[in-house]
Design a protein around this ligand. Structure first.
Ligand SMILES: *Cc1c(COP(=O)(O)O)cnc(C)c1O
Length: 414
């Protein structure tokens, strides 16, 4: 039987406890949705204010030089690099995951034509945009050049053979929270001469990642989930050093040109990671990401992972302690090491449950058709948050408050 006192002790002993003070969180809210939109670091508020009022407002266009706006994509990329186990110079911040995946998949397909392979393989439960981008590319290039195949997630490893050109995989499944073994998938892909592209949307910032050591070829990820860069903040691209200068991405915009300010009528791609830029960076958003990443400068990601697993395990134990495990069916793996930083449960009234919880100040999210997801952000979630959240879940389920008609009205974003 876990008691609130023990949980308060866990918070007191938590080495990450002080990070919570660096976030601006609403009062009386337990935010378990940092896997969808990270909370606001207070330093981001200050930076955005300075960038708009001083840099844009006063210094105007000279800021491209005086405040080095022009290098922000590289500067932010270099701050992301240690978070994902990459070297500086191998990561750049730009665009969205969707657009970046299009660039990388296209470049990988083109790189492969010499090898007579046309197959992109992914799991059918991958995040939809990843699947759509691959399908769209097949539509554009034709299935002779680009043949997209999706398989069950459990089959992914065994389906990698000599017919596969590109493995497209997300480390942590957005729905179930299951974490895949990227090192093993990369080894298998390389044994069969295939390239691997990894989506780090649900892992960057919440667990150690070792792109270099794993020898991953390419990766994308977003900055608005566990990196707390803000809604719609620009994503990132990683390309292994050995491939840089050998790939050609198709959105040949001027920011990817070797010398954009020569304004030449002919495109000459930059030979480094800068080639993966397309157009002008969104300076305000990128400055927000830059400030948010300061929180990661001295952070040990292994301690973040340890706390993430503890928060998840506590949540699951409390669900059992309240006897809720028969009502909420856990979709996430039983073994904590096989999870990302979320727990998902199937419940017939998942949408309504989610709305009733939000009304009680516990913010989780719903994913169709009938899942509720609870995300754990170790930098600002406390163990006590978990206690109160499960208490609220128990209240709503025991009282059947989720059946109130007002909770069933669907909004545009769920
Ligand atoms: C959140 C998420 C995305 C989002 O893509 P955007 O183009 O940045 O909107 C993509 N892939 C995965 C796996 C995600 O979880």
């Amino acid at each position: 039987m876990i008691k609130l006192d023990e949980i308060k002790t866990l918070d007191k002993q938590d080495p990450l406890h002080s990070y919570r003070d660096q976030f601006s969180l609403p009062k009386n809210t337990i935010y378990l949705d940092g896997n969808s939109l990270g909370a606001l670091p207070t330093r981001v508020k200050q930076r955005v204010k300075a960038v708009t009022e001083q840099q844009w407002g006063e210094d105007l266009i000279s800021s491209w030089n005086t405040h080095d706006w022009v290098s922000l994509p590289q500067q932010v990329g270099n701050k992301i690099a240690p978070v994902i186990g990459a070297n500086p110079g191998d990561v750049i911040c730009c665009d969205s995951i969707s657009v970046n995946l299009f660039k990388l998949l296209s470049a990988a397909v083109q790189f492969n034509t010499s090898r007579q392979r046309n197959k992109i393989i992914s799991s059918s439960d991958n995040f939809p945009t990843d699947l759509y981008i691959a399908q769209g590319l097949q539509g554009l290039l034709g299935s002779e050049k680009c043949h997209f195949v999706d398989v069950e997630e459990e089959q992914l490893l065994s389906q990698i053979d000599d017919s596969v050109a590109i493995v497209l995989v997300t480390e942590v499944n957005f729905r179930s929270g299951k974490r895949l073994d990227i090192a093993a998938l990369t080894r298998k892909a390389h044994q069969h001469g295939a390239l691997i592209i990894v989506d780090l949307a649900h892992s960057a910032g919440v667990m150690p990642i070792h792109l270099n050591d794993w020898q991953v070829d390419m990766a994308v990820g977003c900055t608005y989930k566990y990196l707390n860069g803000g809604p719609g903040a620009p994503a990132f691209v990683y390309v292994n050093r050995a491939l840089q200068g050998r790939l050609q991405q198709p959105i040949a915009g001027w920011f990817g040109h070797r010398s954009p300010f020569e304004f030449s009528p002919h495109y000459v791609a930059d030979t480094g990671i800068k080639q993966f830029l397309a157009g002008t960076p969104s300076v305000i958003s990128m400055a927000a990401v830059d400030a948010a990443l300061e929180l990661f400068a001295d952070l040990d990601l292994q301690s973040v992972r340890t706390k993430s697993l503890q928060l998840g395990s506590l949540f699951d134990e409390l669900i059992e302690q309240h006897g809720l495990q028969d009502k909420l069916q856990r979709l996430s793996p039983t073994e904590p090491e096989q999870r990302g930083s979320q727990l998902s449960y199937a419940f017939d009234y998942a949408y309504e449950l989610c709305q009733a919880l939000i009304d009680r100040g516990v913010i989780a999210d719903f994913r169709a058709p009938n899942y509720i997801r609870f995300g754990f952000a170790p930098l600002y979630n406390s163990f006590e948050d978990i206690w109160h959240a499960v208490q609220a879940i128990n209240d709503v389920i025991a009282s059947e408050a989720y059946k109130e008609p007002r909770w069933s009205k669907r909004q545009a974003v769920t």
